[in-house]
Design a protein around this ligand. Structure first.
Ligand SMILES: *[C@@H]1O[C@H](CO)[C@@H](O)[C@H](O)[C@H]1NC(C)=O
Ligand SMILES: *[C@@H]1O[C@H](CO)[C@@H](O)[C@H](O)[C@H]1NC(C)=O
Ligand SMILES: *[C@@H]1O[C@H](CO)[C@@H](O)[C@H](O)[C@H]1NC(C)=O
Ligand SMILES: *[C@@H]1O[C@H](CO)[C@@H](O)[C@H](O)[C@H]1NC(C)=O
Length: 414
């Protein structure tokens, strides 16, 4: 299946507009810079190759060691993140229509019920650059425009993942191909520009930054709905980094005896040329080409720094993408919405210590086999079989206890 895996790293850096607030004076709302990159994986060590992230955010803030995406599929995951709701409640469950993609986000009425719209109502100016959702494309970019943003520079399908010829669509202007430029560099420039604008505007701000890197380069050949995948294309200055790096040889790497559950247990053993090719791919994006729906691939690196956030700290309580919108609400001093499925993550020493003593949360994980709308496999089958898989691979102690929605879901306890 296509687009099975699109996991993300979420780095939130907060800079308070007023670092200290005295009793009696109203506290100014903090600014948010939210960076999200595709295809990051905690257990496969993607952070090991990002020293600046470790130094500037990890050492200066808190790293969440058990941060899950509640649905390990790109568009539904992003929608959960931006709405604070689980996929069975957003009803955006795939990357393409009819069950998912940006058009489904629109038809579910979510364009005026998501984070930037709520933040604007709370007085924020909001900016976004990079990939918003799958199937946000040349064909539908202005019909309607994504609501809630003061400034945008979106990557658009079908050239979202074409590193040196990506399509960008800025504010209300028509899409433009940026031939010969590295898309990540364009996103960096736009982000800096938004920072300047936001700073000048004076209101508290939220800036979302979502490069497609290090995801595979993929293109749609003319007339085909099936994308062509190739290794990601690094910027010229980065292309010789990481010589000799290989896919981590963990216990689940090409085991002699089949392991795992469901379709994973039926995969044939890889031969040497397949392993060489995976290692090459891994060097290109520092993420293996395997597709495994387990704890390993649903645990994303998540780091946060800012005023009041403990420095150089690692925490082990469970959090999820669905908690991100509620966390931003709480930090911004906005009343939580009743329809949030997530809850604010602890961000202060006191709350973190409390969460450590009293296990705080239940998260629900679900798997689907995205890609190609009608081509998707029957989800219920995969879902129920993967239950066992997750029960064995989720953090201990684990109790699969709760089903909900038509696909069934799973609760992991920490
Ligand atoms: C969820 O999406 C499906 C498929 O598009 C649709 O048939 C169904 O009516 C939707 N349900 C809700 C509650 O929006
Ligand atoms: C951002 O957009 C909102 C909604 O249109 C508007 O009220 C606000 O003034 C804008 N902020 C800036 C800095 O332009
Ligand atoms: C860049 O992309 C556009 C549209 O996606 C295409 O028309 C053009 O031929 C491409 N240019 C190159 C050099 O590949
Ligand atoms: C490895 O398996 C692939 C796919 O079955 C096959 O095309 C290739 O020739 C094999 N290579 C070796 C060295 O056996």
């Amino acid at each position: 299946m296509l687009f099975n895996i699109a996991f993300s790293i979420f780095l939130v850096a907060l800079a308070s507009a007023s670092p200290s607030s005295k009793c009696g004076t109203p506290k100014k709302q903090p600014n948010f810079v939210f960076i999200m990159a595709d295809d990051q994986d905690l257990h496969l060590n993607s952070l090991a190759y990002q020293p600046i992230v470790r130094e500037r955010i990890g050492e200066q803030g808190t790293t969440f060691n058990k941060h899950f995406c509640t649905i390990s599929l790109c568009c539904p995951s992003r929608v959960s993140l931006l709405t604070g709701k689980l996929a069975h409640n957003t009803n955006v469950t795939d990357v393409f229509p009819p069950y998912g993609g940006h058009p489904k986000f629109i038809s579910q009425g979510l364009n005026d019920k998501y984070l930037p719209v709520w933040l604007q109502s709370a007085g924020y100016s909001t900016y976004y650059t990079g990939k918003l959702m799958n199937s946000h494309s040349n064909a539908n970019w202005n019909n309607p425009y994504p609501a809630g943003w003061n400034g945008t520079g979106f990557l658009l399908d079908p050239a979202t993942y074409v590193y040196n010829n990506a399509t960008f669509q800025v504010d209300r202007n028509p899409p433009v191909s940026r031939t010969g430029e590295c898309s990540t560099d364009i996103i960096k420039d736009m982000s800096l520009d938004f920072l300047d604008k936001a700073d000048k505007a004076g209101a508290p701000f939220f800036i979302g930054i979502a490069p497609s890197a290090p995801r595979s380069e993929s293109r749609f050949e003319l007339g085909s709905e099936i994308p062509y995948f190739a290794p990601p294309v690094p910027a010229e200055r980065h292309k010789d980094l990481f010589p000799g790096v290989k896919v981590p040889r963990g216990v689940s790497f090409n085991p002699d005896a089949p392991s795992g559950a469901s379709w994973v247990s039926k995969l044939p053993k890889l031969n040497s040329s397949q392993i060489d090719s995976m290692d090459g791919y891994h060097r290109a994006r520092l993420h293996p080409a395997s597709r495994v729906h387990t704890k390993k691939t649903s645990t994303s690196p998540f780091l946060i720094r800012g005023p009041g956030i403990p420095k150089n700290r690692n925490v082990d309580f469970v959090t999820s993408h669905t908690d991100i919108a509620p966390t931003i609400f709480k930090l911004a001093g906005v009343d939580l919405r009743h329809d949030f499925d997530g809850t604010p993550m602890p961000t202060t020493v006191r709350h973190m210590n409390g969460a450590r003593l009293s296990p705080r949360c239940t998260i629900m994980l679900r798997w689907s086999t995205g890609g190609g709308g009608g081509l998707a496999l029957p989800r219920a089958t995969i879902q129920s079989r993967d239950w066992d898989q997750v029960a064995r691979s989720a953090p201990t102690p684990t109790t699969p206890t709760k089903r909900s929605g038509s696909w069934g879901s799973l609760a992991a306890w920490a």
